[in-house]
Each structure stands twice: as structure tokens, then as C-alpha cells.
Design a protein around this ligand. Structure first.
Ligand code: GRG
Length: 294
């Protein structure tokens, strides 16, 4: 476990290097590349990249191709954070220990830079850097589009904001979190099944693991929001309680949420272990989720 953060760092560096090359080639469009870079290279953990690489390892997929997919996913993740921080959404001034993009630049710049990152993700997946046949590439693009738009991330975000200060069931809260956070993680695992040409049924097993990893990640984010301090976490904490967010911590309290999370981790590990020895790095990633402090 102790070695894990070092491995995470290598994946993060390689993903960043890939993205930096893209920005360098197009630097005459510096007006938006500047805020896009600010949002992407502001110190994110690249945990979604790690899930892609570590799931890919189980199935012997080339590291280089995995980093290309990871770069696309990180673009979507950073766009979602940039837009999440806007005054119309969560209205945050601090992200990853720095000013949020709209605070550093302005609102329209953050909106356009966010949109550009979202679109860049699909440019990356459809481009020459990803060396799979067109059937695989179009299925990767289709699945990522399904999971990040109105039947995924955007839907989760919509209800996360709509249900502030409303009493809703635990089932609904989990559904919101599955869409807001889980779907992108679902893609991180399922993309490997797509590359391998797995049947939908076989892909579903990977999708389920990803969804559960995403739910665990979101729950740990909520636990950190409740217990963590702004300096360590890099963003303002205690906001979920103050805003009456639809989280398990607000619904059943900190201790019961922690127990729920530990049971969820056990369930995830059981599913991952079925893939044998090569799943060790993925298991370590899951271990990191509840251990992390930021
Ligand atoms: C406007 C169409 C449209 C959609 C908006 C904004 C949005 C969609 C979705 C937001 C989803 C969101 C912010 C989910 C939170 C997920 C989460 C736990 C983020 C923190 O992730 P980390 O810890 O962040 O991986 P780092 O900083 O390490 O990258």
C-alpha cells in the first residue's frame, strides 16, 4: 500500500505529459489554452487515470494506449470541476489549493475553457494517437458520451443541485452519486472491456466495478468534506452540511456512512479478486480511496 502513491504519481505525470504536448502544438490558441491548462494542471490526483491503467493491466492492454484514454477522461473530469465551481453551481473560490478557474480568470472564460476540455476529450479519442480500429474507437466515444451527458454526469449534477435542502431517500442519493461521480469511473473500467471486444454482459461486470469504485470515491469525498480541513483538502470543507447536499453523511451521519463505505469496499474487492493476480494494482487503488486525506 505504501508504494501506491508513487505509482499514482507516475501515471499522473504520464497523463500530464501527453496533455501538455497537445496544448504545446496548438499554443497559438493561447487565449483558451491558458485557462484550460490552469484547470487541468492544477495538481489533480489523476485517480481516474490510475483506475484505467490498473484495470487495463488485468487484461494486458498497452500502457501507452491507456494513457491516451486517461488523458481524455481527465479532460472531462477537469471540465466538470471547473463548471461545478461556477457561481451558478457550487460557487467555490478554491480548488486543489488554488483559485478556481472563474476566480482566476472570469466566468465566461471558465465556461468556454470547460466546454473546450469536454470537446477535447472526444478529439483525443477519435484522433491518431489512439491506435485501435474504428469500431472500438467509436464505441469508446459513444459510451463516454452516454456517461458524461444527460444520462450520466450532467444528470447527477442536476439533481445534486436540485435536491439541496430537500429530504430524499437513500436510494435517490445513491442514484445521484452514481451518475455524478460513478459513471465516469464506470467508463474507466468498462473501456477495457470495449477494447477487448467483450460482449455487453461481460462489459457489465467491469461497469459495475467502476460504478461501485466511483460511489466509494464520492462517499469518501463527502467524509473528507465533513472531517477534513481546507488546507489539507485544497478546497473549502464543511460545505455539504451547510448547503444541505444530498449526501449519505447528511442522511445517516458520519459513523454509519463510514460503515457503509467499508462494506462497499469489501464488495468491490471481492469482485476484483475474481480477476486473479494481475488485479493487485487495482486492489491497491481501491485501498487508497478510504485512506486518502485529500
Ligand atoms: C454543464 C453539461 C454540464 C454538466 C456539468 C459539473 C458537472 C457536469 C458535474 C460535476 C460532477 C462533480 C463535480 C462530481 C464530483 C466528483 C468528485 C468527487 C470530484 C473530486 O475528484 P478528485 O478528488 O479531484 O479526483 P482531483 O482534484 O484530484 O482531480
Amino acid at each position: 500500500m505504501k508504494k501506491y502513491p508513487k505509482k499514482l504519481k507516475k501515471i499522473a505525470n504520464d497523463t500530464n505529459t501527453f496533455l501538455k504536448k497537445i496544448f504545446l502544438k496548438r499554443n497559438k490558441y493561447f487565449h483558451l489554452i491558458k485557462p484550460m491548462s490552469y484547470g487541468v494542471f492544477s495538481g489533480g490526483k489523476r485517480f481516474r487515470s490510475a483506475i484505467i491503467v490498473n484495470t487495463g493491466k488485468i487484461f494486458n492492454i498497452k500502457y501507452r494506449e491507456l494513457i491516451v484514454i486517461a488523458a481524455a477522461v481527465e479532460c472531462i473530469h477537469s471540465y466538470s470541476l471547473m463548471h461545478d465551481d461556477l457561481p451558478a453551481m457550487d460557487n467555490d473560490d478554491l480548488r486543489r489549493g488554488k483559485l478556481t478557474t472563474h476566480k482566476k480568470f472570469n466566468e465566461y472564460t471558465a465556461i468556454l475553457a470547460g466546454n473546450s476540455l469536454l470537446i477535447l476529450a472526444f478529439e483525443i479519442l477519435s484522433g491518431k494517437n489512439l491506435k485501435f480500429n474504428s469500431k472500438i474507437k467509436s464505441e469508446l466515444i459513444r459510451t463516454l458520451a452516454l456517461y458524461s451527458g444527460f444520462s450520466g454526469l450532467a444528470d447527477g449534477q442536476y439533481f445534486d443541485l436540485t435536491y439541496e435542502n430537500k429530504k430524499i431517500s437513500m436510494k435517490k442519493i445513491i442514484n445521484i452519486q452514481n451518475n455524478k461521480t460513478g459513471k465516469l469511473f464506470a467508463f474507466c473500467c468498462e473501456c477495457i472491456g470495449i477494447i477487448k471486444g467483450h460482449s455487453l454482459k461481460k462489459r457489465k461486470m467491469l461497469k459495475e466495478i467502476g460504478l461501485k469504485i466511483g460511489l466509494l470515491f464520492q462517499i469518501s469525498d463527502d467524509l473528507i468534506d465533513y472531517k477534513g480541513d481546507t488546507k489539507t483538502v485544497g478546497k473549502q470543507t464543511k460545505k455539504d452540511v451547510n448547503k444541505g447536499k444530498p449526501t449519505l453523511v447528511n442522511h445517516i451521519g458520519y459513523d454509519k456512512t463510514l460503515t457503509f463505505a467499508k462494506n462497499l469496499k469489501y464488495e468491490i474487492n471481492k469482485k476484483i479478486k475474481k480477476y486473479g493476480n494481475r488485479s493487485e494494482d487495482l486492489l491497491q487503488s481501491v485501498e487508497f480511496i478510504l485512506d486518502r486525506r485529500f
